[in-house]
Design a protein around this ligand. Sequence first.
Ligand code: DER
Length: 260
Amino acid sequence: GGTDAQKRRAGESAAAAVEDGDVVGLGTGSTAAYAIRAIGRAVDSGLDVRGVPTSFGARALARDHGVPIVELDAVCGPDSPGIDLAIDGADQVVLGDDSNDGTIDGSATDGSATGEAETDGAGNASGALIKGGGAAHAREKVVDAAADRFLVVVDPSKRTDALDADVPVEVLPEARTTAAAAIRDAGGEPALRRAERKDGPVVTDNGNLVLDCSFGRIADPDQLAETLATVPGVLEHGIFVDLADEIHVGTADGVTVRSV
Ligand code: DER
């Protein structure tokens, strides 16, 4: 994985996009945590913001850093403000060549972050993601998709030219064997995610289990997303296509921001 400095630069770069009065989706994981801490400092300096957490962990971190919390249904009703932007990490992100990157070398971006979504020919459009390393992808996808803008924060180790990481799939506990069989039929190899500091499997905030499914190189993320979404007992999978708007990549000496 990346260094803390790279994660911090990415998180703080995205947090800088938060404006007074915004409703912000608060992502899960160690990189998004830097954004939450930065937003907390901005709140200390007078920023008016409301955060919609994507997990128990994100909520606890936001509370620890003084970021006001609102529930999704309080801001996403018919006559509500909606979510202005969501900031979240990823396990893998497709980024084509970086010719269109707007690079922040410490001070200001050069404003050229206008790279259009590209397809490298393998159906992996720039901005396609795999998420779910933190087993929070069900609520993350709800919040990230509801936001007007979705900013992804990563270190360089998450970049790829085609998605090939394991795809986390949240399943109803009693459906783990039938869902696993359907995933095998779709060409995947599912593995129940075991807990490290608890006996037995990881249990999500929603009380479900996670199958980490290896498919090798995913030539058509859209197709696989559709297949997984229709497996009975699957609550959510970690393929995020056509959702990200900006990718903030923390580097050794700055941040690269790419519009996708
Ligand atoms: O669960 C998720 O999708 C998270 O965003 C996560 O996988 C990224 O976590 P990291 O920023 O700690 O690598």
